[in-house]
Write a protein that binds this ligand. Sequence first.
Ligand code: GLU
Length: 296
Amino acid sequence: MPLPQPQHIVTRFAPSPTGRLHIGHAWSALMAMELARSAGGVLRLRIEDIDGIRSRPEHVKGIIEDLRWLGVEWDGEVVFQSARLALYDAALEQLKRDGLVYPCFCTRAEIAAEIAASGSAPHGNDGPLYPGTCRQLDQGERKARIAAEEAHCWRLDMTQAIARAGTLVWRDMDNGDITARPELAGDVVLARKDAPTSYHLAATLDDADMGITHVLRGDDLISATHIHRLLQALLSLPSPLYRHHPLLVDATGKRLAKRTGGISLAELREAGIDPERLRDDLLCNRFPVGIRLASA
Ligand code: GLU
């Protein structure tokens, strides 16, 4: 049964500036804007630029240009995750104090070798889970390796975290309460080797800090929502309502990606497409030829 919607809706569009926006992003952004506007609410724009290598200033500029061209209007200042590292750091420190994260020194190759050797590694939604090698290290070794500046990320100790938080539900705008299954993700990374946070930690903290009441995003992020619900509980943050929309695919059934030719907003603009018409079409779920919903 659909949940009653609160009076004041604050939602957001949160692209990563690793390329130009495609038609799937446009559809997502327009649906978020519609959700906000239909209730006299607010749409925020958050640039998820914590990946120092893949995030590029020219993509930020391009994304803003594309959204303006399409007629997506957001409220307030654009929020940049790269400017909010202190917020993420404070939360990570709290999780360290609570004994819920541990440093992981494994390389990708070591993790792959460990999984291959174990034969029956547990799998989650997104493939085999981290086998927990560094969870076993004692405090002395952790401290010594950190002091020696060995590269490490920080992982959530999923078993401890779930024991602390207990059973949780997140609220889906269309389907009501959904039991959170964060264990399907294993010991997720909360601060990367190459960045002082991760998507999961930063997005969860930002949604709370920005007062987001409704999160609308692609259904490829449902597994993330299970993790975010757990982080909300561990960090005493409110939990917004969620809606996950299907992804768009091309004629071959392949998910649209930032680099797929022919369907970026920049290309449509160059081809002389009328943005108003495109906006109306997308809001009525009418997609350019060859593009369809993944589930259709
Ligand atoms: N930055 C993510 C992306 O571009 C979206 C994250 C979110 O909406 O929570 O796919």
